[in-house]
Design a protein around this ligand. Structure first.
Ligand code: NAD
Ligand code: AHE
Ligand code: ZN
Length: 369
């Protein structure tokens, strides 16, 4: 079939709206009609050329929601008409990783996903017979996309696509980092570096679990008002701090953070996030994606004296199991998604969504199909 898609032909260039050929679903795959997709900073990161897994031309996008319109042979877990959220972290429930119960990082299709193809080694997208590569196994910047059935979460039908698409990445990443990865206890003091599309979800999850202090750190003063609405108790603009940021944060949190979250993708702030943690027990969770080749450093003494450095992908959430629950949390009013979606646009104007992100003017832009 012919589908309209925003194609990334080259790193560093705007996306181009094209008609692309999409092959139908094969065994174990589903065809999804996208209704909405968010634009995440990670799409911009890959488009910038800094992602070693970036393969062009490709169809970016990994924060979608839509309806299953066709299924390939052998599909059992979803059927035509089901409402779904595509999963860049699938959940096969059979691989060593899924069975370990120690991680959400299902590896059953990770290798092919990383090189932009479906599990059979081929792309379903093409233009004039030339392949256009998939991205993160999801490629939601297209009207339709093909996914393995293990890479879709079936969700309730009364959930609005234009809001719950954000659960496909940003909401789950931020909320899950608090709830699943760090398992933050009530009464904790937390520091959140970066108050964008991910960090604000960390903030609202920290409030949801009953944190006593939620410190937000951002260079953009415009982030303050929304972050306060989401539960931030203290705002720190590093440009306004005299002296080093780390001792300032340790003092503000009365000895250090119980948990900190890096939601920027900057190796300097990753170090600060670790070092502002409480001696003996503070845990720092890296969420931000740094350019491939970048490295983090600290004095090993920071770890010897009890701080813990860990990372979180997709919030530690098991997609098919946890995403429908997070949709329920939104529908039950436990999570606020509406106020984080600051802009919407048709696919033809998707590049404006990237511009708004780079200018620090949006939290989330959502493309409506
Ligand atoms: P965003 O652009 O919406 O937010 C980033 C925020 O950081 C902005 O508010 C910006 O002002 C602030 N900032 C930038 N540099 C700063 C600095 N030096 N000090 C303080 N604040 C600074 O981005 P986002 O969509 O929230 O994504 C954040 C990061 O998380 C990105 O690196 C993205 O790729 C990554 N990410 C990771 C996962 C995962 O599963 N681990 C999932 C989604 C996104
Ligand atoms: N290809 C990148 C990896 C980027 C990365 O870490 N991606 C996160 C999700 S970001 C969503 O916005 C992730 O899920 N990582 C686990 C994985 O298996 O990729 C690079 O830098 O090489
Ligand atoms: Zn993302």
């Amino acid at each position: 079939m012919d589908v309209k898609a925003a194609v990334a032909f080259e790193a560093g260039k705007p996306l181009s709206i094209e008609t692309v050929t999409l092959d139908g679903p094969r065994a174990g795959e589903v065809l999804v009609e996208l209704k909405a997709t968010g634009i995440c900073h990670t799409d911009a990161y890959t488009l910038s050329g800094l992602d070693s897994e970036g393969r062009f031309p490709c169809i970016l996008g990994h924060e979608g929601a839509g309806i299953v319109v066709d299924v390939g042979p052998g599909v059992t877990s979803v059927r035509k008409g089901d409402h779904v959220i595509p999963l860049y972290t699938p959940e096969c429930r059979q691989c060593e990783y899924c069975l370990s119960r120690k991680t959400n990082l299902c590896q059953s299709i990770r290798t092919t996903q990383g090189i932009g193809v479906m599990p059979d080694g081929q792309s379903r997208f093409s233009i004039n017979g030339e392949p256009v590569w998939h991205y993160m196994g999801t490629s939601t910047f297209a009207q339709y996309t093909v996914l393995p059935e293990i890479a879709v979460a079936k969700i309730r039908e009364d959930a609005p696509f234009d809001k719950v698409c954000y659960i496909g990445c940003g909401v789950t990443t931020g909320v899950g980092a608090v709830v699943y990865t760090a398992q933050v206890e009530p009464g904790s003091r937390v520091v959140v570096f970066g108050l964008g599309g991910i960090g604000l979800n960390v903030v609202q999850a920290a409030r949801m679990v009953g944190c006593a202090q939620i410190v937000g750190v951002d260079l953009n003063p415009a982030r303050r008002e929304l972050a306060e609405k989401f539960g931030m108790t203290d705002f720190v603009n590093p440009k306004e701090v005299e002296g080093d940021l780390v001792p300032y944060l340790v003092n503000l949190t009365k000895g250090g953070a119980d948990y900190s979250f890096e939601c920027i993708g900057n190796t300097t702030t990753m170090r600060q996030a670790l070092e502002c943690c409480h001696k003996g027990w503070g845990q720092s969770v890296i969420i931000g994606v740094a350019p491939s080749g970048a490295e983090i450093s600290t004095r090993p003494f920071q770890l010897v004296t009890g701080r813990v450095w860990k990372g979180s992908a997709f919030g530690g959430a098991r997609g098919r199991t946890d995403v429908p629950k997070i949709v329920d949390w939104y529908m039950d009013g436990k999570l606020n998604i509406d106020d984080l979606i600051t802009h919407t646009m048709p696919l033809e104007r998707i590049n404006e969504g990237f511009d708004l992100m780079h200018e620090g003017k949006s939290i989330r832009s959502v493309v409506l199909y």
